[in-house]
Each structure stands twice: as structure tokens, then as C-alpha cells.
Design a protein around this ligand. Structure first.
Ligand code: SF4
Length: 214
């Protein structure tokens, strides 16, 4: 695990990320808070592109919890059967839609605890929704962020909650809102798992990783 980068280095890292991509966006397609919750819940162990392909048709017929209930579990399965774990995910989508209708008037609640209480919605999903829909600086730590946080020293931690805390504690507040997306994009396209593209990396001189590639 690399050591935590100091304040000035952190500012420089995020200044460069911001210059390269001023308004980073998530890649999961959605039309409202509800469809974002469903899309993120479906994205576990699946690619964003694969989820988008499935949800385009699904959200065209069901973009509210009530419409999803009307479609029913079999109807949901028809749309998402190209995604991994689709049976279980379809069950959860129906269950969470039922809870939203019965307990939240069909709206999506915006506290982490309320979101996490929904079937199929974990801490990561809740943080993505808080960040992307409500603009709250919540830090969802996925496999990319966990890897590069520890590799580079941007946000080292022994588990995802420790990495989440490292981001909250060490990323200057003016960069908190977009930190999640900058880190994901960096991990997805440059600081990739097996052979990071250090030769093309804009933070190469700031990163602590000892085995940089050319
Ligand atoms: S220099 Fe290499 S290891 Fe460091 S952040 Fe860039 S791509 Fe990742």
C-alpha cells in the first residue's frame, strides 16, 4: 500500500484531472433518480455499456416504481437477461420498487441509510446515487478506485470503507464532488489493473507506484 500523498500533491493531482476533464460524468444512462438507482443496482459485476444496452428498452416502458411493478418480474427479466445475475437482480428491482411505492410515495429517498435499506442497494450504490443525482460529495469506492488509491497513494486503505474515508479526508473540498468520477475514469482507462499506462499518465510524476511501466 502506498503512503497517503500530502496536501500539495493531492491538489496537483486533482488540478490535472480537472484540467483534462472539467465535468466528468458517469457512464450509466438514466432519466431520473429512480432509473439511476435501478441502473446502478444492475451494474454489479456487469459493464456500464452492457447495462445501458439493457436499460434503454426497460426504462422506455418503466421509468417509475409503479410502472416497474406493472411490468412485473418476468417483464423485467425479458429486458435484462443479457446482464449477469439477472434473475436475482430482477427480483431486487421489483422488491425495491414495491418499497418505494409503499413507503416513499414512489420517490427515491436521499439519505444513505434509506437507500441502503433497499434490496440490492449497498453502500456503493447509495453513494453513487447521492453523488450523481443529488450532487452530494459521497465517494463510491469500486474496484478501480480501490486499486488505484492503494497503488498511487491518492487514497490508500485496507478496505473500501478506509479508502472512502481517505478520499473524504484528503481530497481538497473543491474537488470532492467529482473525485469519484475522475478516479474511476483514471482507473478504467489509464491506471488499468494488469499493466497501467504510465507512459500516458498525466500524474506520473506525482504517483507513488514503484513499478511504473514505460
Ligand atoms: S503513473 Fe502508472 S501507476 Fe501511477 S497513476 Fe499513472 S498509470 Fe497509475
Amino acid at each position: 500500500m502506498a503512503r497517503q500523498l500530502d496536501y500539495h500533491t493531492m491538489r496537483e493531482v486533482f488540478t490535472r484531472f480537472q484540467a483534462a476533464e472539467p465535468e466528468p460524468k458517469g457512464e450509466l444512462e438514466h432519466v431520473n433518480a429512480y432509473t439511476l438507482v435501478v441502473a446502478v443496482a444492475l451494474s454489479a459485476q456487469a459493464t456500464d455499456a452492457g447495462v445501458n444496452k439493457a436499460t434503454r428498452g426497460l426504462f422506455a416502458v418503466a421509468d417509475t416504481p409503479q410502472k416497474m411493478l406493472d411490468l412485473g418480474e418476468d417483464g423485467v427479466i425479458e429486458h435484462i437477461k443479457t446482464i449477469g445475475l439477472f434473475r436475482n437482480k430482477a427480483k431486487n428491482v421489483i422488491k425495491l420498487s414495491r418499497i418505494l411505492v409503499d413507503q416513499y410515495g414512489g420517490e427515491v429517498p436521499n439519505s444513505r441509510a434509506a437507500l441502503e435499506s433497499l434490496p440490492g442497494v449497498g453502500r456503493k450504490t447509495a453513494n453513487v446515487v447521492l453523488n450523481m443525482w443529488w450532487g452530494y460529495p459521497a465517494q463510491a469506492v469500486d474496484t478501480h478506485i480501490f486499486r488505484i488509491g492503494n497503488r498511487t497513494g491518492i487514497c490508500p486503505g485496507k478496505d473500501v470503507v478506509a479508502v472512502e474515508r481517505a478520499i473524504e479526508d484528503n481530497v481538497p473540498v473543491d474537488f470532492q464532488r467529482h473525485a469519484h468520477h475522475w478516479l474511476i475514469l483514471h482507473g478504467r482507462y489509464i491506471c488499468v489493473a494488469r499493466k497501467p499506462k504510465c507512459g500516458a499518465c498525466i500524474i506520473r510524476d506525482l504517483c507513488q507506484f514503484e513499478d511504473k511501466t514505460e
